[in-house]
Design a protein around this ligand. Structure first.
Ligand code: FAD
Length: 408
């Protein structure tokens, strides 16, 4: 017995789910979002890329984000205690936004969810999707909330459940990631970083002075709070003992500059641990479902690409889904999965080159500032990974290898 009927059900009200819900509701689609948590809820993924502004603007919600007083971000600094490099997003190849925000996700995701509701989407918080069944014509969603279990009918289901990966699990779509399992430890601190030599408008990526595959992030928010975290392999992590907090601060203590910046910083929330977050799937979509954001493929946090890819996937969903709802046949692989893959593959090449060391070589020994090749790399770091006029989008690894050989 179905309790209700919708055109589209979206699983999860993270950035991917809320943006898709907003854009569908604006087009008159009857859309329900089912979200497991009560909002505000914490999730990691706090440094945005300028490319993400395009989608906020397209959905008409950039004004609301601007009004929320998030910390602006205009670039990235890299350090390994002996070498330093600064990327300014305005020095990029692709036209468009060169700044963005560093956001507390509790606040950012609540804002996006509110905008989706304002646009006319329904969101049921503290409700969990337990099962999804596909018939030739309808999709049945089994959910569970405070009143118990229920069944909902829809024409199309969008999985934006992030690390929940609801459909990959139910449909057995999961593929092992090509990246090794890495661990992340992170927290928020009262940062006492009002010193002159620290630029709050840039994420600071610190490479461990002895192990180039260990790196730290320091993401300043507004109001004297920062997000700090480390990513390292299981082997490295096994060398540290004690609580998650002990391990994080022991690792930070092995750096000079970052350790100095964080003297006097105090934890505002318990240190979280996450591992094995990279994932892949054998199929992203068909005529009854699509995977958005992290529910599809997740690469690695080093270039802060997660939310940008989540937004891009939501944006790419709209046109084919609207056509299908109006009765057209849609080639989902060609119209949704393939264009999304262009940017994801570009980021993949950059992430691989980061851990292989080539990208670190380039970033720490950059070509002269007005070099057009540097602008192309800055463009990717700003998230413009779908601009095929930039040769690094389709052939990133080849050009990175050539350039690294010259920079070394
Ligand atoms: P999410 O934001 O994870 O939202 C999914 C939602 O689905 C959640 O609210 C969850 O409660 C809900 N849900 C789950 N299961 C169910 C269910 N069964 N029923 C109903 N609802 C459900 N990205 C960046 O852009 N910048 C960064 O700086 C960055 N740093 C990162 C650092 C680390 C260590 C890691 C691991 C990731 C980082 N990311 C970063 C990636 C970022 O976390 C994700 O890419 C981003 O949150 C994806 O958004 P989403 O909308 O796909 O999913």
């Amino acid at each position: 017995e179905y309790q209700d009927k919708y055109d589209v059900v979206i699983i999860g009200a993270g950035p991917a789910g809320s943006l898709a819900a907003t854009m569908l509701a604006q087009r008159g689609v009857n859309v329900l979002v089912i979200e497991k948590s009560g909002f505000p809820r914490f999730v990691i993924g706090e440094s945005l890329l300028p490319q993400s502004m395009v989608y906020l603007e397209k959905a008409g919600i950039l004004g609301a984000v601007k009004d929320a007083d998030f910390q602006t971000k205009n670039g990235a600094n890299f350090s390994d205690d002996t070498r330093f490099s600064s990327i300014d997003f305005s020095d990029k190849f692709t036209e468009g936004w060169s700044s963005t925000y560093q956001v507390q996700r509790e606040k950012f995701d609540s804002l996006l969810a509110r905008e989706a509701e304002k646009a006319g989407a329904k969101i049921w918080f503290e409700n969990t999707v337990l099962d999804v069944q596909f018939d030739s014509e309808i999709v049945s969603i089994k959910g569970c909330g405070q009143q118990g279990e229920y069944l909902i009918k829809c024409r199309f289901v969008v999985d934006a459940s992030g690390y929940g990966r609801v459909l990959p699990r139910l449909l057995n779509l999961g593929l092992p990631s090509t990246f090794p399992v890495r661990h992340a430890l992170f927290t928020h601190v009262d940062d006492s970083l009002d010193r002159q030599d620290f630029d709050r408008e840039k994420i600071l990526i610190t490479v461990h002075p002895k192990h180039s595959d260990i790196w730290f992030w320091l993401i300043p928010f507004s109001e004297g709070v920062s997000s700090v975290g480390v990513v390292c392999s299981a082997e490295h992590m096994a060398r540290y003992h004690g609580s998650a907090s002990d391990k994080l601060w022991a690792l930070i203590g092995e750096t000079t500059q970052l350790n100095d910046y964080l003297k006097g910083a105090t934890e505002r929330r318990p240190v979280s641990e996450l591992s094995g977050y990279s994932s892949n799937v054998s199929r992203m979509c068909n005529s009854q479902f699509a995977l958005l954001g992290n529910a599809g493929e997740f690469l690695d946090p080093v270039f802060s690409s997660g939310v940008t890819i989540a937004f891009k996937s939501a944006d790419l969903l709209i046109d084919p889904l609207m056509r299908q709802l109006s009765g057209e046949d849609v080639d989902w692989e060609q119209d949704f999965a393939a264009p999304l893959k262009v940017g994801v593959d570009c980021f993949r090449a950059f992430v691989e080159a980061w851990y292989d060391g080539e990208l670190q070589t380039i970033l720490f020994n950059p070509p002269p500032y007005d070099n057009p090749i540097k602008k192309m790399i800055v463009s990717i770091l700003a998230g413009y990974a779908w601009d095929e006029k930039n040769p690094f989008v389709k052939q990133g690894r080849r050009y990175i290898d050539l350039l690294a050989a010259q920079c070394a």
